[in-house]
Write a protein that binds this ligand. Sequence first.
Ligand code: HEC
Length: 261
Amino acid sequence: MKQASRHITLAIAALSTLFAAGCRQDMQDEPKFFPQRGTSFYADGRSVRPQVENTVARNQLHEDAYFYTGLTNGKEGDGLPFPVTEQVLARGQERYNVYCTPCHSRVGNGIGMIVQRGYSKAGSFHSARLETAPLGHFFHVISNGYGAMPDYSAQIVPADRWAIVAYIKALQLSQKATQADVPAGAHVEPLSSIAEREGLPSSFADAWTLPATAVTGTSDNGLYVLPVPGTAAPASGANSPAHTNSTTSAGSPAGQRAPQQ
Ligand code: HEC
């Protein structure tokens, strides 16, 4: 009995599915607008409606012009539109490292990885001109691009652009910091003397460059793969450290490494 009722339920379900498939609702034929296509519904024949006069779409008021453009009376202004806190700087650093380091590098010297691989030179933030440039200039460059640099207005919201500007200012200051700039107890020392004390090559304090050659065509394209703990290190060939060393020694002074940019 139980079995029979299950069969009947299944049959009803199957029939109703067939029935539903058979009768078309023709929803595709209902009246609707197609983007950029005309219509006879409105007197002016346009399906895209003009904005209602004297109204502003939500979130598009942009009353604080400086916050959204970095300009005052058409000129790049100086100053952040909100107070710089540690949180703002941390956010700026994080966004800078995501969006700007590929070309400008972590220290802002303009030789990020993409530039090292052939992109137009991005220029250093530590030039006399950019050190004295108004903050609005940086905001404007991020928002509108500059020469070979594309704009980042779609990727970075205005508040984050300002946070990046604040961080660039901090980067600039960090390159020229003196003992008077740091709180009591902190100590400013040239990178070269730290390198010397730590036994690093003196070239450590120079701008870091990539080796001029790379190994390709091996099974791992010249990458050194760390041996799995507990197994013997790979003897030789594509995976051996000697192999990677030859990459470095071929084109650059010993001791120079690619920085984490
Ligand atoms: C794809 C590479 C690339 C990225 C990513 C990039 N830039 Fe640039 N940037 C450049 C290049 C190239 C120039 C030099 C443009 C020129 O002089 O034609 C430049 C120049 C600049 C300048 C100098 C403008 C001047 O007055 O000389 C600033 C400031 C700047 N970029 C800020 C940024 C910031 C901030 C970011 C991250 C939000 C960023 N850039 C991301 C490539 C890049």
